[in-house]
Design a protein around this ligand. Structure first.
Ligand SMILES: [Mg+2]
Length: 88
């Protein structure tokens, strides 16, 4: 599945609720999920970390939808940015 398809699924499924919540409170949810991912990693619980990676990805796409940002475009620009190449 490509990023645009996934972002559209998230938009179709959650946008109304996310939009009513607003960007600030949605950003707080995103931060909470990042915290849960960090806790799962710290505890060595790989299965839980896997679930939290999913949560973080979906909330990231939700934020992008609320900001009207196309994440496929963001990824392409990122990968073509010479400043993002690994340092030697
Ligand atoms: Mg979670």
């Amino acid at each position: 599945m490509d990023i645009s398809t996934l972002q559209k699924i998230v938009r179709d499924r959650y946008f109304k609720t996310d939009n009513e919540r607003g960007i600030y409170h949605t950003a707080l949810w995103f931060h909470e999920e990042v915290g849960e991912l960090s806790a799962a990693i710290a505890s060595g619980d790989i299965q839980n970390a896997k679930e939290e990676l999913g949560d973080v990805l979906m909330w990231l796409l939700t934020l992008a939808n609320l900001l009207s940002v196309d994440m496929e475009e963001v990824v392409k620009e990122y990968l073509n940015n010479p400043r993002k190449l690994p340092s030697k």
